[in-house]
Design a binder for this molecule. Structure first.
Ligand code: FAD
Ligand code: SIN
Length: 521
């Protein structure tokens, strides 16, 4: 089947939906998403969206905090754009009936580690869900936009001049492949922390966008910087993801203790629980390892019960369902892979190194986060750069690609995979990444990790040769590519900086450089 559209969007999280909403005045828009429309990292965001909205705040102050958190690697121009354009765009979100929490008629602004001002707008502790639904409603009521659920995008189509001309996709419901041609493709496939055994991300976060952009020849940057969230609920997975206990809980006064009651963060950083995320995650890792603990405790006893229930209703309710009353008991927590700082390299307008291919959100690398993302800056980054991408994409050539110029791609042979075989390969991959590309790394071990991934790729190819397709097989191929890119990037960085800590290179080098990989090298 062949379909034509003007703007093709892959992904229905914050970046894809905002882009679709904004570009819908300029032509036909088709959004493809691989599961239900709302299933995305965006949907699970708890803390909120950071922007200089308070009377004591300014974009300059937000810029300084972001740059300080980024360990010398933030791109100052990109940060300037994000903090400068962010506040007006958050006010536009409010117009979409996303009802941010208020206090005395003003937005209630929360605080998280590394922010020197209260600047995180939120909808109690379900900000992502409110944003996701607000955007889906806006997009579904826009006249020019169609949104197809359960459409797995397999690969990008390029032409002989190297331009992106559309995608090859698979409709999970009808079982049919489609070749979709478009003037512009926006890749908004989100994160990749699903390659780790323990992650706060839902199972859609398999790095498909990074893998398909890489196959099509795009540059990727800084993939070694994986942010581990310090506090996910110990010992429990909900639909495959570790349940996040928002950093906002520490912002409200939550204290980290070892099970015997010691408040340990003062030994690691003067800002204690409000230290940068990389520091808190490593401190917990260290306590777990040296004291042979399974978890540490997040003590909420300094926060009145009424405030806990009003500020964190979803967290309280979820914990209660699993037998934990957070108004009375401390929460056992452990770190989990949470956010990918790196991604497909873009300029300040969402353009990648492939003409007519744009990207925004977690699968993009704009340079705003440097070596360590400041909490709640990612929804803002997705919003601001998707908006800019829509402005730039609307000016692309209005002609549709001529079909005969599209490079031939390998026909896919549909197959039903053996779920137990595939699951065991996926588990091995996730364990490998957790063990060899985790919170504390060693160059020697990372080489072993790469060798193990190569072995897994060979096993997969022996079972299912390259042309054999099912969404599960393709997703695993993508995860293997992404895992290897993370390890390659991590091995290339011969220093410790921000989120990347290597035992053999504990120091930070004076010169801050990005790790850029290109398939052509
Ligand atoms: P996503 O929202 O992940 O959307 C990606 C979309 O792409 C999905 O619809 C997915 O189905 C689709 N997709 C992927 N691959 C394919 C394919 N092959 N074919 C078709 N479709 C595909 N950030 C903050 O700023 N503040 C917070 O409070 C916050 N809390 C968080 C809490 C949790 C538990 C998590 C996991 C993340 C949190 N983050 C937070 C990070 C933030 O949510 C994400 O970085 C952001 O939402 C990413 O948006 P996105 O649009 O780039 O991707
Ligand atoms: C959280 O609520 O702790 C997550 C915030 C983020 O990752 O930005």
């Amino acid at each position: 089947m062949r379909i034509e559209t003007d703007f093709l969007v892959v992904g229905s999280g914050m970046a894809g939906l905002w882009f679709a909403y904004r570009i819908s005045n300029h032509g036909r828009v088709l959004v493809l998403t691989k599961k239900d429309d709302s299933e995305s990292n965006t949907n699970y965001a708890q803390g909120g969206i950071a922007a200089a909205l308070g009377s004591d705040d300014s974009p300059q102050q937000h810029l300084e905090d972001t740059v300080k958190a980024g360990y010398g690697l933030c791109d100052p121009q990109a940060v300037q754009v994000m903090v400068g354009e962010g506040p007006a765009l958050v006010r536009e979100l409010q117009k979409l009936e996303i009802e941010f929490s208020t206090e005395g008629g003003h937005l209630e602004l929360g605080i998280e580690g590394g922010h020197t001002r209260h600047r995180v707008a939120h909808v109690a502790d379900t900000t992502g869900q409110a944003v996701e639904w607000g955007l889906i409603n806006a997009v579904r009521s826009a006249p020019n936009v169609a949104l197809y659920e359960h459409h797995f995008v397999i690969d990008l189509l390029t032409d002989e001049s190297g331009r992106c001309r559309g995608v090859l996709s698979f409709d999970n419901e009808s079982g049919k492949f489609a070749e979709i041609h478009a003037r512009v493709v926006m890749l908004a496939t989100g994160g990749l922390c699903g390659v780790y055994e323990h992650t706060t991300n839902p199972p859609i976060a398999t790095g498909d966008g990074v893998a398909m952009a890489w196959r099509a020849g795009a540059q990727v940057a800084d993939l070694e910087f994986i942010q581990f969230h310090p506090t996910s609920l110990f010992g429990l997975k909900i639909d495959g993801r570790a349940f996040l206990i928002s950093e906002m809980v520490r912002g409200e006064g939550g204290i980290l203790r070892t099970p015997d009651g010691e408040r340990f963060m003062s030994r690691y950083h003067p800002d204690e629980e409000m230290a940068p995320r990389s520091v808190v995650a490593r401190a917990i890792y260290n306590e777990l390892r040296t004291r042979r603990l399974d978890y540490v405790l997040l003590d909420l006893s300094s926060i009145p019960s009424k405030r806990i229930l009003e500020r964190f209703p979803m967290i309280a309710d979820t914990c209660k369902r699993f037998g934990l009353d957070i108004t009375r008991e401390p929460v056992p927590v452990v770190p989990a892979a949470h956010y990918s700082v790196g991604g497909v390299k873009t300029d300040l307008w969402g353009r990648t190194s492939i003409p007519c291919l744009y990207t925004a959100g977690e699968c993009a690398h704009t340079g705003v986060h440097g070596a360590n993302r400041l909490a709640s800056n990612s929804l803002l980054e997705a919003l601001v750069f998707a908006d800019r991408a829509a402005q730039a994409a609307s000016k692309e050539e209005a002609r549709l690609p001529s079909l005969d110029k599209i490079n031939p791609f390998e026909r896919q042979l549909r197959s039903i995979e053996d779920p137990s075989l595939l699951n065991s390969l996926v588990s091995s991959l996730k364990q490998t990444m957790w063990r060899f590309a985790g919170i504390v790394r060693s160059a020697k071990e990372m080489e072993r990790g790469r060798a193990r991934l190569a072995e897994l790729s060979r096993e997969l190819e022996a079972l299912y040769p390259a042309r054999i397709f099912s969404p599960g097989i393709k997703q695993l191929r993508n995860m293997l590519i992404v895992g290897d890119l993370i390890l390659r990037s991590a091995l290339a960085r011969k220093e410790s900086r921000g989120l990347h800590y290597v035992e053999e290179y504990p120091d930070t080098l004076p010169e801050a450089v990005h790790t850029v990989l290109s398939p052509k090298d």
